[in-house]
Write a protein that binds this ligand. Structure first.
Ligand SMILES: [Fe+2]
Length: 127
């Protein structure tokens, strides 16, 4: 069974998918079930993985980690996402980029905000 906004990874080929529609089906890739990525909020590495939010008048800036996360070829933040009142804002990052993302939205107009990021080694994190 899958639910909206869950993220699954194939541990054989590395495919990653996000669910847009709830279903009773089981996701498979490379002839094996895909792994549901759990959103971590604490544990080893929080200082380099938990998103830190900064607000200005019309922007929300998200930095990954109170200590900036590495952005190396084999270990980097690949995605930063804001879920705000049913809207999704996402930035894809690559090695060499800064581990941060800026989104044009006014936090004063938002009731609920959730931030997620995906690290190529340490998985999915949420704050
Ligand atoms: Fe990491």
């Amino acid at each position: 069974m899958t639910e909206k906004q869950e993220i699954y990874r194939c541990n054989i080929c590395g495919n990653i998918v996000e669910i847009l529609h709830n279903s009773n089906g089981i996701l498979e890739c490379c002839k094996n079930p895909m792994e549901l990525l759990k959103e971590k909020e604490e544990g080893v590495g929080t200082e380099k993985h938990l998103p830190v939010m900064e607000e200005t008048n019309e922007c929300v800036k998200v930095k990954i980690g109170s200590i900036p996360h590495p952005m190396e070829e084999n270990h980097c933040i690949e995605m930063v996402e804001i879920l705000a009142d049913g809207k999704i804002y996402r930035k894809l990052l690559k090695p060499g980029d800064k581990p941060e993302a800026e989104f044009k939205l006014n936090k004063k107009d938002i009731n609920q905000i959730q931030i997620r990021e995906y690290c190529s080694i340490h998985g999915l994190w949420r704050s």
